[in-house]
Design a protein around this ligand. Structure first.
Ligand code: MN3
Length: 201
């Protein structure tokens, strides 16, 4: 029997400060439009994609799964990165960090000045639409400065990977040639759910 989970639509969260609070560095007019119109569009798009995928599952019709997967990644990452962006700023912000992040910056980049230079250069170098992101990698136990073109290509930032299948042609071509679907079907016999639970833990 197919089970339909109850979906809770995502909401545009309120900013942690008034619209004028970041002036003069970030003006109210820009922030209102950015949050109220642009961020809102990602929230709506994410809800639309989740609803469409729910419908696809209930009908067993995945003809448009590639489209909705892209929409899920684009709008989901847009929503999550904007949440992070708003939280990344404060009317009382600026200066140099202290505490654990300061130590990690020292260890990962050789000092705050070098980190700041690399982060700025990275942000300036992003082609067209995108983000610069300071991220902690729990497996490598270090900070990295990364970029996201558009928002996603084609992930949702902040997710924790639990299970993966390599669908580059090198992963299956010798055995399955162009029959990727056969490889995917066979792969389900190999899944290590114990490891998934461990990563989830
Ligand atoms: Mn934006």
């Amino acid at each position: 029997m197919k089970r339909v989970i109850e979906r809770h639509p995502h909401q545009l969260s309120e900013l942690p400060y008034p619209y004028h609070a970041l002036e003069p560095h970030y003006e109210e007019r820009t922030l209102r439009l950015h949050h109220g119109a642009h961020h809102k569009a990602y929230v709506d798009g994410l809800n639309r994609a989740e609803a469409a995928l729910e419908k696809a599952r209930s009908q067993g019709d995945f003809a448009l799964v590639k489209h909705w997967c892209r929409e899920l990644a684009f709008h989901g990452s847009g929503h999550l990165l904007h949440n992070l962006f708003w939280e990344s700023m404060s009317p009382q912000g600026g200066g140099e960090p202290s505490g654990p992040v300061a130590q990690l910056i020292e260890a990962s980049f050789g000092g705050f000045g070098q980190f700041q230079q690399q982060f700025s250069a990275t942000a300036v170098a992003v082609e067209a639409s995108g983000w610069a992101v300071l991220a902690y990698h729990p497996e490598l136990k270090r900070l990295e400065i990364l970029t996201a073109e558009k928002h996603q290509d084609l992930t949702q930032w902040g997710t924790r990977p639990l299970l993966t299948i390599d669908v580059w042609e090198h992963a299956y071509y010798l055995q399955y040639q162009n029959r990727r679907a056969d490889f995917v079907k066979a792969w389900w016999n190999l899944v290590n759910w114990g490891n998934v639970n461990k990563r989830l833990g």
